[in-house]
Design a protein around this ligand. Structure first.
Ligand code: FES
Length: 177
């Protein structure tokens, strides 16, 4: 069923979700709520990521067509913001805070040590899908900088040794599965 308020649909170009997965209904509801306005792009991409875990090409194409946003702009937004993932997230998530307080207290060094250890450049996921490494601007815990979030657990005053131990632990547990 074409979207009534969707300008692309009004031009009789069918805009069909990438699959019949029910999660697309949630995404569609978000776009409908905003009248398929182009300004709903970021919120819609968030909804896709919340629903599916990441943004793949078919998702980006679908959102771009539904909101009549050029595909290049949609890719641009998806790649500009660190919050968006273009690949499935790894088994574990390591978020290194790069806000000012954390940066000053050694966040950048922690990040480059993590990148070296994992042999990836954030934001990315190790080839075995064990660990995703991303950065954040400020996670609201500046008093305990530098901060890293390990699988939703906030760790403060993180040292390189502590971080290395955690990442190695994750790598070990995932290779022993
Ligand atoms: S800058 Fe890292 S928590 Fe605020």
């Amino acid at each position: 069923m074409p979207h009534r308020n969707n300008p692309v649909a009004q031009r009789n170009i069918p805009v069909v979700p990438p699959s019949d997965d029910k999660r697309w209904r949630v995404v569609d509801a978000t776009m409908r709520r905003h009248g398929y306005a182009q300004s709903a792009l970021i919120e819609t991409l968030h909804k896709v990521q919340d629903s599916f875990g990441y943004l793949d090409s078919p998702s980006l194409i679908y959102v771009a067509r539904s909101l009549s946003v050029p595909l290049s702009k949609t890719y641009g937004v998806a790649t500009f913001y660190n919050l968006f993932r273009l690949k499935p997230q790894g088994e574990h998530l390591c978020v290194v805070c790069m806000g000012t307080a954390c940066y000053i207290k050694g966040g950048a060094k922690l990040l480059s040590s993590a990148e070296q250890l994992l042999n990836i450049v954030a934001p990315d996921t190790t080839p075995d899908n064990a660990i995703s490494l991303v950065t954040a601007r400020c996670v609201g815990a500046c008093g305990i900088a530098p901060v890293i979030i390990y699988d939703n657990q906030v760790a403060g005053s993180v040292s390189k040794d502590q971080m290395t131990a955690q990442l190695k632990e994750w790598l070990k547990s995932s290779s022993s599965v």
